[in-house]
Ligand binder design. Structure first.
Ligand code: NAD
Length: 438
């Protein structure tokens, strides 16, 4: 059985200094992973440069940000944003005068989608239009970026793009049932993958979540070459997901959220980093723990693996600060609930044979089952109900801690990365928090 390559110790390496440039490839949202790196880069004195995916008009056309949107985005990010729309995926692209993949999916119904067929030659033509549009936008953005990075500087390119769910009404209803449905509302992820609709989505995930990393590395080749020639360097990071080791039964064990349909695209993302590495480009995918963000909220139950981090904090030496986190978590629960009971429930959940059956690294990403949905979504609902407020969850607090830790872990390791694909498990996350606060 193959094994994840984990980062076990904190890197103390430094490369980046004041005057170097940090480029965020993707937009920054309040709860997003990228905040960890952005904060670290800002603290190290780097110049922050952001990108945008642009905005869609009601007719589906893509445009840059308007003056007001740009000002808001730049204030939120704390740096200049290059205003070239870098929306990836081809769900809204097509050769002129022909239907887009989204329009084609809109013809399907909740009754018919498993039998509905797509015209693959046409889908491929749409994909080519989308890829050409994205690559042209990257070239335009890189030309602007080139002028903003001085000779001899180091550039840190942080890729954060992921997504690609085709935004057709019928598919959103199906996705809701696959990721949130149990009992009568359960839907099999395998049925989706076997349908043309599912295959189209996998292609779009590949374009958004994986291939954009390749286009970034390729599109910035001239900048990289200039910097290397003048005494600087370029580094690339991306956020992966491929399960996480968390404390189960007193030991760090690999586990995963299921069904993570996007997992095929995340494996492709890892392959892109490995291929770049072979060519001498320092590109590293950091496979990160499950947290709650705008993007992951659709996956009910993904947050359950966060709770054992509370135990990892004391195990890895977070001391009094770790105890304060324990108390802060406990304070979010109702009077009649306790954190001890909650952690006991999580323990029983993790050692259930149903859950253990999904801890198969080589078979990842596996499909869902009715038993899994029942157990995972049920446990998620029960644990949420133990809180005083649904808007102030322990997993919000823990997600913020994970984001904080990934900042220095990725920033420092990227200076001289040890591998193209590295897992950040709960052990090293807690060690980093201990170093920051313990
Ligand atoms: N949330 C988790 O549990 C988790 C775990 C491991 C890895 N990650 C990864 O972390 C990264 C950031 O995600 P996040 O969870 O912080 O959520 P987020 O919503 O903050 O970030 C999603 C990013 O994807 C970009 N994006 C979305 N659709 C796009 C499109 N069509 N074209 C181009 N860009 C698009 C957004 O601009 C944004 O930068 C992603 O790669 C995600 O897969 C997340």
């Amino acid at each position: 059985m193959s094994k994840p390559t984990a980062l076990r110790n904190l890197s103390k390496q430094t490369l980046f200094k004041k005057g170097d440039v940090f480029v965020l490839f993707g937009e920054l949202f309040g709860r997003g992973y990228a905040n960890g790196l952005v904060n670290e880069a800002r603290a190290a004195g780097l110049t922050l440069i952001g990108m945008t995916v642009g905005r869609r008009e009601a007719d589906g056309s893509l445009r840059p940000l308007n003056a007001e949107e740009l000002a808001t985005a730049e204030a939120n990010f704390g740096g200049k944003i290059i205003n070239v729309p870098l929306m990836a995926g081809f769900d809204m692209d097509s050769p002129a005068g022909t239907p887009t993949p989204t329009a084609m999916v809109n013809e399907m119904t909740l009754k018919s989608w498993q039998e509905d067929k797509l015209d693959w030659a046409h889908i491929e033509a749409c994909r080519q239009v989308g890829v050409a549009r994205f690559k042209a936008a990257v070239a335009q953005a890189m030309a602007q970026l080139d002028a903003l990075i001085p000779d001899g500087a180091n550039a840190f390119f942080a890729h954060t793009m992921a997504g690609g769910l085709v935004k057709a009404k019928v598919f959103l209803a199906i996705a809701n049932r696959i990721y949130k449905g149990r009992g009568d509302r359960f839907m099999s992820s395998q049925a989706l993958l076997e349908s043309d609709l599912g295959k189209l989505n996998l292609m779009n995930f590949d374009e958004v979540t994986a291939n954009t990393f390749g286009h970034l590395i390729e599109g910035s080749a001239a900048i990289r070459a200039r910097l290397e020639k003048t005494g600087g360097a370029a580094r690339y990071t991306a956020y992966g997901y491929h399960g996480t080791e968390i404390l189960i039964d007193g030991q760090y064990q690999w586990q995963t959220y299921t069904n993570y349909t996007q997992g095929y695209a995340k494996k492709r993302l890892e392959d892109i980093a490995r291929a770049a590495w072979e060519k001498g480009v320092r590109a590293t995918v950091f496979n990160c723990p499950e947290i709650r963000t705008n993007s992951s909220d659709i996956f009910v139950g993904v947050e359950l693996s966060l709770f054992p981090l509370i135990t990892a904090l004391s195990r890895e030496g977070c001391g009094a600060w770790g105890e304060a986190q324990y108390k802060a978590c406990a304070a979010l629960l109702r009077e009649d609930a306790s954190l001890e009971t909650l952690l006991g429930n999580i323990h029983r959940y993790n050692v259930q044979p149903t859950m253990a059956g999904f801890r198969n690294f080589d078979a990842w990403p596996m499909n869902n089952t009715p038993e899994l949905a029942e157990l995972m979504i049920g446990t998620s609902e029960d644990i949420t109900a133990m809180h005083k407020e649904r808007t102030a969850l322990i997993t919000d607090l823990l997600s913020a801690l994970v984001i904080e830790a990934t900042g220095p872990l990725m920033f420092n390791e990227a200076a001289a990365p040890s591998a193209p694909v590295l897992w950040l498990n709960h052990d090293v996350i807690a060690k980093q928090l201990a170093a920051l606060h313990g």
